[in-house]
Design a protein around this ligand. Sequence first.
Ligand code: MGP
Length: 244
Amino acid sequence: IDYSIKHPLQNCCLLSNSDRFTSYRLEIIFLLQAASMSSNITEVENDKQDKQDQIDIPIDYSIKHPLQNCWTLWYYENDRSNSWLDNLKEITSFQTVEDFWSLYNHIKLASELRQGCDYSLFKKGVKPMWEDDANRRGGRWLISLDRKNRSNDLDRFWLDIILCLIGEAFENSNEVCGATVNLRPKGDKIGLWTADATNSTALLEIGRKLKERLGLPPKFMIGYQSHKDTMAKSGSVTQNSYTV
Ligand code: MGP
C-alpha cells in the first residue's frame, strides 16, 4: 500500500480532523478502505482496458468499521439537589468508527459543558465510578489543566484520549477502563482510569504513551493516583503513586 497517497474519506469533518488521528489503529481502520483502492489500482496497471471499470467500482461507504470494544458515553450533571450517583447519566454506546464520529459531532465539546459537569467514556459494562468492580482496585492518570487552557487544550486532549481508548493505542489496553473529563472552576481535569493500581508495568506504559500521544513536554509531569487514595482524601490533594 502506498501510504504516501492520501485517500479521501466520505465526510469532510473526518478529513479536517485527520491530523488528530493519534491512534495508529484507527488510521488502519480507515486504511482498510485504502487497501482495497490500492489493489484495484495495481490491477488497473496490468490491464489498461479495465482501468475505467476498476476506478468506477464504488467504495461501499455503508460498511461500518468495528472497534475492538464497545464504549459507553456518560454525562455527569452538576445538580446539587441530587446525589452524585443520581447525577450520573448513561448517554449511549457505540462500537464502530462511524458511530463514534456521529456521536462526537453531535454533542457539545467538553469545553462547552457547564462548570461542575463531566463526560466519561468507559468500556461498556463499566460504570465511571470507583465502586465498579472493574475500577475498585484501580486508579487514574490525572492531567490537571489551568482554567486558562480550557479554550486551547481541553478539547484536543479529550479527543486525543478518546481516540487512544477506542483505537486501543496502548500495549496494555486491556488494563484501560475508561476516561473522564471534569469541568471545574478551580481547574479542569482529565483522568485515564486503569484497572489495577499495583500493575506498575502496565500503568507506566500507559502513562508514558499517554504523554507522548498528547504531545506533553517531558517537564509536564502527570501523576497516577489509586482510587482508594482518592476516596480517602476526597476534597484534598491525593498523593501520586507514580509520576511520568
Ligand atoms: P470529583 O468530581 O471527582 O472531583 O469528585 P472534584 O469535583 O474536582 O472534587 P475533588 O474532591 O477532587 O476536589 C467530587 C466528589 O464527587 C467526590 O468527593 C465524591 O463525593 C463524588 N464522587 C466522585 N467520583 C468520581 C465518585 C465515585 O466514583 N463514586 C462516588 N460514590 N462518588 C464520587
